[in-house]
Design a protein. Structure first.
Length: 487
């Protein structure tokens, strides 16, 4: 809620700073954690963990009722809805734990890897712990109170690092990843009660359940499609190409998309409640959406370009030669990461204006396209082919999603395209600059040289942006969008 005398703009700025600080620390910590674990563990270990996480993710998607989104979107006092949602969360967590525990041998048999059964069963405990998370944390997003969300988000990540890395040194197996995940689930559950005073109680009210599910049903369906879409590629790789190939693919996916993933996750946490506040004012909603898209494009375009051009050096310098097979896949997935980042802002908009069915339809069409391409592309080109199939489906469906966005916010199409086009062109200039640096001025790149190129490439991008983008110059001169101010 807004404090007396506080504008929505001020609230959003404060919330945005906390969100991006949190996601920045999570991203940095996650990258360091993954690099160290990649050095200590084998690709097959990541493949085993990938099978367990994929099993978890599929069942999570099939049982996601969209309760948190319904609570955030709902106007007025939440009343008993919170307790009902918490009760459902506990029941769902216990149900997932039991189902995954029982299905583990069958999943292991499907992937022809007996070791996966025990890993899946232990990982399933994380669902049991997560079910007890304090439902009161939805107020962080609903009221744009992201200072406490910062603590909540960081608790699980730091616990994972503090547990997984020492265990990887000691036991050097997949169990370091498993116990890191479990400790993260426990820490997050505990932190949820520390950072928010709400104390839920068990409550069953059929009327309240129907009220929540009526909104969340489209989110449930879209999550089912989205989970199949996002986990189907990994499932096919693990089944057709093997557990080791899955380890290569999952690590490539993580490093290729982690920068933009963190940005989009942060943007979602900020934009969904903001769009909900602005849903009845099209002009303010349009300005809010376009400014978010401008920011995401400005940041994610150079990150994508940098990952694409520096992927071979990144893998060799930080991960080691045993991960060299992941390079081309990582480059393709970096392009997918950019498509994911600029389209991720559409989901919160559709949900905020009460049209989550649009998300469902778009994800379903993407699922059909990906399904048609995935198997043949993977057979022809291995994990790189898998990445190409995922990228092509995104490139086909993103324009359709943007078409719906333009109608909702009543935006000029050329203005919309220009926002994305400018940082992409500037990033291409940066790529040519970095390629020239690598070819003519750098020999065998080591850690200092890698960071030097990254810094020079970033400066090149900022310089080009300053020359070509008026809105960036206005921001540097402290004149940010006076006519577009959201008050």
């Amino acid at each position: 809620m807004l404090e007396p005398g506080e504008s929505l703009t001020h609230k959003v700025i404060k919330g945005g700073l906390w969100i991006f600080l949190a996601r920045g620390l999570v991203q940095f910590t996650g990258i360091i954690n993954s690099i160290i674990l990649a050095r200590l563990l084998a690709p097959s270990d990541f493949g085993l963990m990938g099978i367990a996480l994929m099993t978890l993710g599929v069942l999570q998607g099939f049982t996601n009722m969209g309760l948190k989104e319904a609570l955030i979107q709902r106007k007025g006092d939440l009343g008993e809805h919170l307790d009902v949602a918490w009760t459902i969360s506990i029941v769902r967590g216990l149900f997932l734990f039991l189902i995954i525990f029982l299905l583990a041998p069958f999943v292991a048999h499907f992937f022809e890897n007996p070791k996966a059964a025990s890993v899946i069963r232990v990982v399933s405990l994380s669902q049991f712990f997560s079910g007890f998370n304090n439902i009161g944390v939805v107020y962080f997003m609903k009221d744009l109170d992201f200072r406490k969300q910062f603590i909540y988000d960081l608790s699980g990540t730091l616990t994972n690092v503090l547990v997984a890395i020492p265990l990887a040194y000691v036991i050097g197996s997949v169990w370091a990843l498993v116990f890191g995940l479990l400790s993260s689930s426990v820490a997050t559950a505990i932190a949820s009660y520390i950072v928010h005073p709400y104390r839920p109680s068990l409550r069953f009210n059929l009327e309240k359940i129907k009220d929540l599910v009526n909104y969340g049903k489209w989110i449930t369906v879209s999550q089912i499609f989205l989970i199949v879409l996002s986990r189907g590629d990994s499932g096919l790789v693990g089944k057709v190409l093997g557990t080791t190939a899955l380890g290569f693919y999952q690590l490539a996916y993580k490093f290729a998309t982690i920068p933009v993933t963190e940005i989009t996750q942060a943007a979602y946490k900020l934009t969904f409640p903001v769009y909900t506040h602005l849903q009845d004012n099209v002009e303010r909603l349009r300005m809010g959406y376009l400014r978010t898209l401008r920011f995401i494009s400005f940041i994610s375009a150079p990150l994508t370009a940098g990952m694409f051009i520096m992927a071979p050096d990144f893998v060799r310098v930080f991960l080691g030669d045993k991960w060299a097979a992941a390079v081309s896949c990582m480059q393709v997935l970096s392009l997918y990461g950019f498509a994911l980042s600029i389209s991720a802002n559409t989901g919160p908009l559709f949900q905020a204006v009460g049209r989550p069915n649009l998300v469902t339809k778009i994800v379903f069409l993407r699922l059909i396209i990906t399904g048609a391409l995935l198997y043949p592309f993977s057979l022809w080109w291995g994990i790189t082919g898998t990445a190409i199939a995922v990228l092509v489906s995104a490139l086909i469906m993103d324009p359709i999603a943007f078409y719906e966005v333009i109608k909702i916010i009543e935006c000029d199409t050329m203005e919309f395209c220009k926002i994305v086009f400018a940082p992409v062109v500037n990033s291409l200039v940066m790529v040519f600059f970095v390629a020239a640096m690598k070819k003519y001025f750098m020999g065998q790149i080591h850690i200092p040289g890698f960071f030097l190129i990254v810094i020079l490439g970033g400066l090149c991008y900022l310089a080009i942006s300053y020359i070509t983008q008026e809105d960036f110059r206005d921001l540097i001169r402290y004149r940010p969008y006076r006519k577009e101010q959201i008050t």
